[in-house]
Design a protein around this ligand. Sequence first.
Ligand SMILES: *Cc1c(COP(=O)(O)O)cnc(C)c1O
Length: 426
Amino acid sequence: MSLEEMYGSLGVSGPVLALGESVLADLAERFAEIDRVAEYNQAKVLHAMQINRVGAACFAATTGYGYDDVGRTTLEKVYAACFHTEAALVRPQITCGTHALAVALSANLLPGDELLSPVGRPYDTLEEVIGIRPSACSLKEYGVTYRQVDLLPDGTFDYDAIRAAIGPRTKLVTIQRSKGYATRPSFSVAQIGELIAFCKSCKPDVVCMVDNCYGEFVEMQEPSDVGADMIVGSLIKNPGGGLAPVGGYICGTEACVSRCAYRLSAPGLGQEVGANLGLMPALYQGFFLAPTVVAGALKGAIFAACLYERLGFRVVPGGAEDRHDIIQAVELGSEAAMVAFCRGIQAAAPVDSYVTPFPWDMPGYDDPVIMAAGAFVQGSSIELSADGPIRPPYAVYFQGGLTWYHAKLGILKSVQALVDDGLVNV
Ligand SMILES: *Cc1c(COP(=O)(O)O)cnc(C)c1O
């Protein structure tokens, strides 16, 4: 069977495949640059593992309190070394990215303090953490106020308004690297560095936290290299490399991270407890694979952008733009097109390829959300997945793919679904 016939057996028609190949023909140089970044980051991870003497003893399971857990302690040293921070908290007990962010915020903000987002509205689930939307146990309930400075219409930072918003009570500045479910740009590490420097010039002791979700290993530097006091993310996104079955991380200054550990476990206990439950092999190996997995996801994102741009849709970022995260937004313009797109992604999956995604009311989100994911790890969005809230401009946020070839198939299948539903012509 030829490759073309193989794609045919997976439901991709000749014209859709040909369109894909013609888009790919222009992407060789972009892909080579992605491979260079992956090579650099692979070296960075290996160096961090080697200087911390990762060995077989690190993979042993611990239970109960998890005292003297060599695997857990060493893994945290590896993360800290890789991201160039004083300390790291990397735990399966951190249930997801929102939890990691909630721990980082609530550990470092006290009643009377103010939290500032200088990059506009935060990720949907953070609205309840902060109390922008009322929720039990929000920061607002504990007397932490919140202020937001929106981006300028061109997507850049509103420095005058940020200066005016930083006051005596401003304790922590939260900067979201990735666009999340918004159609604003994601920020480069260099841009985040400038913003942090500006905030610290206004108030030297302000704590700067970066929501690093989806950004890890996209560039050669991380926000912790440019002044962030904490970077925070999920292990079922980039740094878990697709193998971590659960978890989150917080890397940063000793002062900030130790407070996070006390918040996560209990005052007085901190980082000393937390059994690893046998998950260490997956967490180490996933981190080891993460740079190349992220590279595959980036290739998929760029391919999707260029292909959908060719079909006449608005995509964010544009096909030719630099990448600062693995997310690709495609504005499809209608609920029907979102459903078809997600059906195609789902049908390409190794797991649950036979199910059909529909919009549903998901906890933590304001609008119904549609999600396509046929993942080995439930909800993992470093695996090929697409999702989006059903609201104008009807954008799907496409991300992941543990291999580039799987991402490619998913994107081709999404186009095929739109063609089959009569929503586009090729
Ligand atoms: C995914 C994500 C989160 C939340 O992570 P969950 O693991 O879904 O709770 C927060 N911020 C951004 C930018 C994200 O992409």
